[in-house]
Design a binder for this molecule. Structure first.
Ligand code: CP
Ligand code: NVA
Length: 318
């Protein structure tokens, strides 16, 4: 699928990659790479002129907010940042009514917050594309940037394995498992059994991988890292889980990603990824995140091109 002259994704929301085909995800990846090339050449266009985007945030954000705002604004779009301290959402007004009103005023809506059902309700009632900028369940825009970053380092991911080490049931691990299952990239979660991913998500991904030929594994054993091209980790307690910090530290301290753990891959070209923000000294050692294997800053930069690709395709601005 070539998105350059296509309206195939126009009007679509992105709530989870479960709703997209492998071909659609691949097309968004190719577009993201093209947009990065444009950006590096200084070729700035005005494809969002006349468009508006509501950016709803129940939780904090640096990368996601800035990627949406800069990607959209620099091409003539008008983003409006709305935190829950600013609007009636969920306080004085239902999500359904908020969706209906925003849908009359905006070309699209980004939502970051707690419940996946909120982003689903916004999509159902607004009549415009809705983008999941992170919920407790999924973080789909992050996963697209992660695959883009891996593909910048390994020409093909077919037969390669990405390993997520840490809280295997969190939003980032889940989104990576879904996108890898769709694209045919092997994916392994290494975490203590108490933090294995939810059974229903795992089964959905196993079903997808039967078609894509991805190998999906979940294990408590770091020996599973052997052969991995990428090791990924995330904070031990996600936003909204602040009360679980001590419990997670006890469970996950043996799973800190550091040089010793990276050596378990048995290869010298394994890269380290992290969605950020990172707590250096907890889930990742300072020497690893600052060292030569780390690709976390490229990964953060790629959030912008991947988000721009999603917006261009779904708002019909190509
Ligand atoms: N990775 C990520 O989503 O970062 P923010 O929380 O800063 O948006
Ligand atoms: N799992 C983390 C990701 C932050 C980008 C969280 O939800 O806080």
């Amino acid at each position: 699928m070539d998105l350059s002259a296509s309206t195939a994704l126009k009007g679509r929301s992105l709530l989870t990659w479960l709703d997209y085909t492998a071909e659609e995800i691949r097309a968004l990846l190719e577009l993201s790479k093209r947009l990065k090339g444009e950006h590096k050449r200084g070729d700035l266009q005005r494809r969002f002129t006349g468009k508006t985007l509501a950016l709803l945030f129940e939780k904090r954000s640096t990368r996601t907010r800035c990627a949406f705002e800069t990607a959209f604004g620099e091409e003539g779009g008008h983003p409006v940042f709305l935190s829950t301290g600013d609007i009636q959402l969920g306080a004085k007004e239902s999500i359904e009514d908020t969706a209906r009103v925003l849908g009359r005023m905006f070309s699209g809506i980004q939502f970051r917050g707690f419940s996946q059902s909120t982003v689903e309700t916004l999509a159902r009632y607004s009549g415009v594309p809705v983008y999941n900028g992170l919920t407790d369940d999924f973080h789909p825009t992050q996963a697209l940037a992660d695959i883009m970053t891996l593909e910048e380092n390994f020409s093909s991911l077919r037969g390669e394995t990405l390993c997520f080490v840490g809280d295997g049931r969190n939003n980032v691990a889940r989104s990576l498992m879904v996108i890898c299952s769709k694209l045919g990239v092997n994916f392994t979660i290494v975490s203590p059994p108490a933090l294995f991913p939810r059974r229903d998500i795992l089964e959905a991904c196993e079903a997808l991988s039967a078609e894509s030929r991805a190998r999906i594994r979940v294990s408590a054993d770091a020996a599973e890292l052997r052969g991995a091209c990428g090791i990924y980790t995330d904070v031990w307690a996600s936003m909204g889980e602040e009360d679980k910090k001590a419990e997670r530290r006890a469970l996950l301290s043996p799973y800190q990603v550091n040089s010793g753990l990276m050596e378990k891959t048995g290869r010298g070209d394994t890269v380290f990824l992290h969605c950020l923000p990172a707590i250096k000294g907890e889930e990742v050692s300072p020497e690893l995140i600052e060292g030569p294997a780390s690709r976390v800053w490229d990964e953060a930069e790629n959030r912008k091109y991947t988000i721009k690709a999603i917006l261009l395709a779904t708002l019909g601005c190509l």
